[in-house]
Design a protein around this ligand. Structure first.
Ligand code: AMP
Length: 292
């Protein structure tokens, strides 16, 4: 209680780019460093860990809530995506966020989405989640590029939960020479191992009970790799664990941490990435493995 009270801030809210710039520029003129945490709202402890990490990096933390239509496919959950603004604002304030940027779709895409300039990070956007969700990472890269230009932070924080997204963003910032430091924050999990996600709220109680199997499958793959199994066998162990639990795998793959290329037997810095359906809900998770 005491720690949240200590960190509690008066949370300001702005909806327009001009007001956002005015506020951030005043801080910068006073010599303050700015951290930025972009989100789609429905905040949980994972998002709040990004805000806390931001507080350790900067004097001011700006968060955004924007459910970005450009990154949702035609048959995805854009309309159903949970919107819990009052609770989000309370949590941001308790965690020490200074400013909430809450733009409308019109503010972000004033000419409409179809004529919007797009940012494409080739290669890495087309594999894994990008293969299952065509156009998704173009939507992500475009909105993140825009948000970074709107806020102009010194640092921006992203969760390792979306590991591929983090790499797409690192690459876009590097390729476009954007003057911002990108920081990855470890995955926040429920006590049973399930990675926290707004989409967990879609699960029925029965599905929720099965959901930690995704994390268990990553651990099974990890154990197989550490036991010296070939990569294909380790992946098979993970996929079998998903099947046995009744999850429908989209992919489970061992990749190089650096660029998400398929891992070879010589590679030591690995990440196991998986996506699986539980009923109609698509869950993702990953686990890094450093082999000796
Ligand atoms: P979202 O609102 O899902 O777009 O997520 C906003 C940011 O929070 C992204 O950088 C995510 O990677 C991050 N995030 C979401 N879930 C978690 C989690 N369980 N642990 C750490 N970061 C997370």
């Amino acid at each position: 209680m005491l720690s949240t009270a200590q960190h509690s801030t008066h949370l300001m809210q702005v909806e327009h780019i001009a007001e956002l710039r005015e506020r951030v520029q005043a801080w910068r003129a006073a010599g303050e460093r700015i951290a930025f945490v972009p989100t789609m709202g429905n905040l949980h402890a994972g998002h709040l860990s990004l805000v806390r990490a931001g507080r350790t990096q900067a004097d001011r933390v700006v968060a955004s809530i924007f459910v970005n239509p450009l990154q949702f496919g035609a048959n995805e959950d854009l309309d159903a995506y949970p919107r819990t603004l009052d609770a989000d604002r309370r949590q941001l304030s308790e965690t020490g966020c200074d400013l909430l940027f809450l733009p409308s779709v019109r503010e972000v895409y004033p000419r409409g989405q179809d004529t919007q300039t797009r940012v494409e990070v080739p290669g890495i956007s087309d594999i894994l989640c990008g293969a299952s969700r065509p156009g998704h990472f173009v939507g992500v890269a475009t909105v993140v590029c825009k948000l970074l230009n709107m806020v102009q932070p010194d640092v921006a924080l992203f969760g390792e939960k979306d590991f591929q997204q983090l790499l797409v963003i690192r690459r876009l910032v590097e390729d476009l020479a954007m003057p911002v430091e990108i920081i990855g924050v470890p995955i926040a999990r429920e006590s049973d191992g399930l990675a926290m996600s707004s989409r967990n709220g879609y699960l029925t109680p029965e599905e929720r009970a099965l959901a930690p199997a995704l994390y268990q499958a990553l651990k099974a793959t990890d154990e197989a790799l550490r036991a010296g199994e070939p990569i294909a066998r380790a992946e098979r162990a993970g996929l079998d664990a998903l099947d046995a639990a009744g999850l429908r795998p989209d992919y489970l793959s061992v990749r190089r941490t650096e660029d998400l290329d398929p891992a070879g037997s010589e590679d030591r810095a690995l990440v196991i990435l998986a996506a699986a359906y539980l009923g109609r809900t698509r869950l993702i998770d990953n686990r890094r493995v450093a082999l000796e």
